[in-house]
Design a protein around this ligand. Structure first.
Ligand code: NAX
Length: 328
């Protein structure tokens, strides 16, 4: 049988961590043939809570879970890591300016990037979930010069899945019938969920909807503001759905996308679709043999162009801000 894959999860004692770890242990992150070793990273005050979760993981008696180690030191937590899930981050608190938020997260993602650079396995794959996810990924990446830049990704899969579900609901079809939907840009309220290339039962989704005002006035804002809707309803931010999206992101990256479909991932731009090179922006991608490729040749009309540009502009501003802070 295969040697266990080292999976490091930061923020392991948080609410996403609680939903995520059991699914990793059950084999849903990498597949039912792949044993995993969990390496949990927390801040010292939360190590005890992470230990509690580890006790419960033990009680799951998961056949694929071959060990759990808990750390409060990034260098140790990322030693030998194959898959790094960077979930823990500094949330925006009341009265905090954007600069303060970026700086606080720089204090987390810079040392974690350095630790990945120092100790990760050659095949390491990194997914940043903690917000602001795209720019946090950029910070970590810029402190890991020995790791190929394309291994650093940010999560827009929750946005992708939300958009698929809303479109399926609108058209009264199964989610599995929705293909080729794209989230462009930043994981923020400026993101652009694009259904103009999406297909539903083989037909163009935008044509099937037939109502441009639904797309502009209901669908796009609903998806972009879904996080706030969840907080309003649940009294807490999305957790299980975020964990689910992290599982989907990594599973598809490792195991490949289905023929005739694609997914959305925040990845370093190669300049495609006019997105400045190096920005970590969401694109339509296909994956195969552990590598992803941007879907090329899509026609971008004026409606889409304007929205992609607005979100990419925000990413450029975030990059400028962290540059000024000396974080990248
Ligand atoms: P919680 O506050 O429940 O948990 C975060 C955990 O991270 C805490 O246990 C904290 O102790 C830990 N932590 C903080 N700094 C750390 C460090 N330096 N090293 C290791 N651990 C550290 O938040 P949760 O609801 O789990 O959300 C985690 C992050 O995901 C947040 O930044 C959140 O904004 C982000 N999200 C991103 C989403 C996406 O689609 N990209 C969607 C869901 C979620 O909002």
């Amino acid at each position: 049988t295969q040697a266990p894959v080292n999976v490091t999860v930061t923020g392991a004692a948080g609410q996403i961590g609680y939903a995520l770890l059991f699914r990793i242990a059950s084999g849903q992150l990498l597949g039912q043939d792949t044993p995993v070793k969990l390496r949990l990273l927390e801040i010292p005050q939360a190590v005890k809570a992470a230990e509690g979760t580890a006790l419960e993981l033990e009680d799951g008696a998961f056949p694929l879970l071959s060990g759990i180690d808990i750390f409060d030191d990034a260098k140790q937590a990322f030693a030998g890591v194959n898959v790094a899930l960077l979930v823990g981050a500094r949330p925006r608190t009341k009265g905090m300016e954007r600069g303060d938020l970026l700086e606080a997260n720089g204090g987390i993602f810079k040392p974690q990037g350095e630790a990945i650079n120092a100790g990760a396995a050659d095949d390491v794959k990194v997914l940043v979930v903690g917000n602001p996810a795209n720019t946090n990924a950029l910070i970590a990446q810029s402190h890991a010069p020995d790791v190929p830049a394309d291994r650093f990704t940010a999560m827009t899969r929750l946005d992708h899945n939300r958009a698929v579900a809303q479109l399926a609901k609108k058209l009264g079809v199964a989610v599995a019938d929705v293909k080729k939907l794209t989230i462009w840009g930043n994981h923020s309220a400026t993101q652009y969920p694009d259904i103009f290339h999406a297909e539903v039962g083989g037909k163009n989704a935008a044509e099937a909807v037939g109502d441009q005002s639904w797309i502009a006035d209901e669908f796009i804002p609903r998806v972009a503001k879904r996080g706030a809707e969840i907080i309003e309803a649940r009294g807490a931010s999305s957790a299980a759905s975020a964990a689910n999206a992290a599982i989907d992101h990594v599973y598809d990256w490792v195991n490949g996308t289905a023929e005739g479909d694609w997914v959305s991932m925040g990845i370093p731009s190669d300049g495609s679709y006019g997105v400045p090179e190096g920005l970590i922006s969401s694109f339509p991608v296909t994956t195969k043999d552990g590598k992803y490729e941007i879907v090329q040749g899509l026609d971008i009309d004026a409606f889409s162009r304007e929205r992609i540009d607005a979100s990419v502009r925000e990413l450029s501003e975030e990059r400028d801000a962290v540059k000024q802070l000396g974080l990248v």
